[in-house]
Design a protein around this ligand. Structure first.
Ligand code: SF4
Length: 371
């Protein structure tokens, strides 16, 4: 995780109203030179200032299509700001208001670990392995996939990308999220026995040569600390207390939870299903708390929407992007200083673009970048 130095003391003394006023004034002064992106899981007081809201890839693609943008402030986490830097013009500065806003899942697959794993697989098998990384990964890991005939995927297109990967090689390394990999491969008709887990912290990855050679899917032992909090017990509780309720979850949830849910899909899918749901219906949603609370408020009195869990499952690292950090980063920008710029190395950028482009080539005709 990167280190964020403490903010100057005046930001602790500022009222919410003062910060609102400053942010609005900066937005007005910069006009279209400034683009603020807000991820779905961001808190309300921050996301209200976003020019665009959405998931990480959609936001980066939108930023790349703003011809007047000079500064992109990403109210999300580190890997998202990297993706925005990869997809926008080289002269655009991408800013992450708090450098400590990382993603625990992306941090579970460091490039050195991935390279060690690749060597381990080469010892165990001559089979052609295609590495596929969820976009929730570092730019280094995306670049690794790019230079090894692999691709990126999102939770919306993971199935199409895995189908493509199996036409290119004998087996797939899926990282960093074991759950998205397992849920997707299983939904494609592959039995759980065709999958093994590679643990970067265990000797030899916790796998024998024979297990590596026989597996069709090697799943990296990573997970989202938010979505892994949803359990089978939460599902059973909902079934007992509200038998009419439908359960909808994100595929970053455990396989057992997805099996007990009525529906599973990406954030955009969840938004669409809830939007189209008839009035009077009841929903238990297995995804990040800020988004679920926002949806509950949006449909209050018309549809009953609440979290699948009784506890608050929130992304605590994204929560670090708060009003003081957003105000500070814009104050600095107005003073002519770019703080917290996220810059991806040019070669990493090129190789990561390759992985992103392979994904898009196999799911849609949209180019990766507007450049
Ligand atoms: S919700 Fe999970 S995957 Fe998304 S940014 Fe937070 S920790 Fe990472």
């Amino acid at each position: 995780m990167l280190f964020q130095p403490p903010l100057p003391p005046q930001y602790a003394r500022m009222t919410e109203r003062e910060m609102f006023d400053r942010i609005r004034a900066h937005k007005a002064a910069f006009g279209r030179r400034l683009v603020i992106l807000g991820h779905h899981y961001q808190q309300d007081e921050v996301i209200q200032f976003a020019d665009f809201t959405g998931d990480s890839l959609k936001l980066s693609q939108l930023a790349s299509k703003q011809p007047d943008a000079e500064y992109v402030v990403f109210c999300g986490v580190h890997f998202m700001a990297e993706s925005a830097d990869i997809l926008t013009r080289e002269d655009v500065s991408v800013i992450l208001p708090d450098l400590s806003a990382g993603c625990s899942m992306a941090d579970m697959a460091m490039i050195e670990q991935v390279e060690d794993a690749w060597d381990r697989f080469a010892e165990a098998t001559d089979a052609k392995i295609i590495p596929i990384t969820y976009v929730n990964s570092t730019a280094d890991v995306k670049a690794f996939c790019g230079r090894n005939d692999g691709a990126c995927c999102t939770s919306s297109n993971a199935r199409q990308v895995l189908e493509y990967a199996l036409t290119q090689g004998d087996k797939v390394l899926f990282l960093p999220d074991q759950h998205l990999g397992r849920n997707t491969a299983y939904a494609m008709g592959n039995p759980l026995e065709s999958m093994v887990i590679y643990d970067p912290h265990a000797p030899n990855g916790g796998l024998t040569d024979a297990q590596i050679a026989e597996a069709k899917f090697i799943l990296w032992k990573g997970h989202c600390s938010v979505h892994q909090l949803f359990t089978v017990e939460h599902c059973e509780q909902i079934r007992k207390n509200d038998p009419q309720a439908k359960i909808i979850v994100h595929p970053e949830c455990r396989w057992e939870v997805v099996q007990r849910a009525d529906l599973a899909g990406s954030t955009e899918y969840i938004l669409k299903v809830l939007d189209e749901a008839p009035e009077g219906t009841s929903w238990a949603v297995g995804t990040e708390a800020h988004l679920v609370n926002r949806l509950a408020n949006r449909y209050a009195g018309r549809k009953y929407i609440r979290s699948l869990a009784g506890i608050q499952c929130l992304c605590t690292t994204m929560y670090r992007i708060d009003l003081p950090h957003l105000t500070w980063s814009l104050d600095e920008l107005a003073a002519g200083r770019v703080v917290n710029r996220i810059k991806v190395h040019p070669q990493t950028r090129q190789e990561a673009l390759l992985a992103l482009q392979r994904m898009l080539d196999n799911v849609s005709a949209t180019p990766v970048s507007a450049k």
